[in-house]
Design a protein around this ligand. Structure first.
Ligand code: PEP
Ligand code: MN
Length: 367
């Protein structure tokens, strides 16, 4: 497979001793004292690898706090001096990039509202030509994987190799319990398409409330994501933006402490042997399932032929209802989920109908 991007692993530009990276800090840098106090408390937890704070805030509606602007960059740099933590902020255009490079910001990120716009992303990429700085790219607000990859490509073509993606969920009318629907399958598909790309998760913007952050963080770790970006504030309820989803640095420390570490593999021999045996059984069963499906489709073909000869319709609603009812009762008694079995039966039935339709058409061509 063609390598999509030229990348330098996140572990080279944000070392973490093999643990998932933790980037935390306020949604917005509000004042110098709030920025520095938050940074100090975060550093004291010993669980944070980089400090985040928004300087220019893209707000959905006008009239809300839109960030300190370039003035706040000095607060970030001061926080870095006092804690030793590298600092990162969001850039949305070339002048933001210029101000960050001048101030000495360590890592940049492109926000969800910017990733959707190829003009803006290209402007940022052009302003970074010849600069060796890490850039993290949040997913676009809409669930479009190509747009997400496109933004990474634009930066990569401009010479940025220290790239990572941030999964922050997707805007939708029907949100469920989340501010932004996680649609985990998009992040999984991105990792499948570009396995060497580090993906971080931003549980704060997915959740929209502080109660769900731990749960989403664990899910991200279980999916082998490279890190977490979590918003924190010395006084979350008084935050000037995203108050409901921010936690204190102490709570952030507890969330990270409470995560169960899981690795994609282990060197433990017993584990490897047992896994190999179980996988052997799965391979065997998949083989049997394929053979049974092939046999079932051959019989469908015969039925199609027989129906044609007797001028009987392909779809017989009564028979289909009977299949659903009997198979569902049986599989549920075996502990299989109703939704899964219904979906699977629908797929099998659709394929049968397609096969029988082909048989009918072939026959009619001969007439
Ligand atoms: C943020 O990180 O504060 C932010 C504005 O995020 P997003 O681009 O994910 O909305
Ligand atoms: Mn925010």
């Amino acid at each position: 497979m063609k390598k999509e991007l030229e990348l330098e692993a996140m572990s080279t530009w944000l070392p973490t001793n093999g643990l998932p990276a933790v980037i935390s800090g306020p949604c917005s840098a509000e004042t110098e004292s709030q920025t520095i106090a938050t940074a100090k408390q975060l550093a004291a937890t010993g669980k944070v690898n980089a400090l985040r704070a928004g300087i220019w805030k893209p707000r959905t509606r006008p009239g809300q706090y839109e960030g300190s602007g370039a003035e706040g960059l000095a607060w970030l740099i001061q926080a870095k001096k006092e804690t030793g933590l590298p600092v990162t902020t969001e850039v949305a255009n070339a002048s933001h990039v210029e101000a960050c490079l001048k101030a000495g910001v360590d890592i940049l990120w492109v926000g969800a509202r910017t990733t959707v716009n190829p003009f803006s992303v290209q402007e940022i990429a052009d302003s970074l030509k010849g600069v060796d700085i890490p850039v993290m790219v949040k997913n676009p607000v809409n669930p479009d994987l190509e747009l997400w990859i496109g933004a990474l490509e634009r930066l990569n073509k401009a010479g940025i190799k220290k790239l990572a993606a941030i999964h922050r969920g997707f805007s939708s009318f029907d949100k469920g319990p989340f501010r932004n629907a996680p649609m985990w399958d998009l992040a999984i598909e991105l990792k499948t398409r570009i396995p060497e790309l580090d993906i971080l998760c931003d549980p704060s913007h997915i959740a929209g409330n502080r109660e769900l952050i731990a749960l989403i963080s664990q899910k991200a770790i279980d999916l082998n994501m490279s890190g977490l970006m979590i918003e924190s504030h010395i006084n979350p309820d008084a935050a000037w933006s995203d108050a409901k989803q921010q936690v204190t640095p102490a709570v952030l420390g507890n969330i990270i402490e409470g995560l169960v570490a899981r690795k994609p593999s282990t060197d433990n021999k017993n584990f490897k042997d047992t896994l190999a045996v179980l996988r052997e059984q799965i391979d065997q069963l998949d083989d049997e399932i394929m053979q049974k499906l092939a046999k079932r489709m051959t019989i469908s073909e015969k039925i199609g032929q027989y129906k044609k000869e007797n001028n009987v319709t392909i779809l017989q609603v009564g028979r289909w209802e009977e299949i659903i009812a009997t198979r569902l009762a049986m599989s549920m008694a075996m502990g299989l989920s109703e939704e899964f079995i219904k979906d699977m039966l629908k797929l099998i039935h659709n394929e049968s109908i397609q096969i029988q339709t082909k048989v009918m058409n072939k026959e009619s061509e001969r007439v």
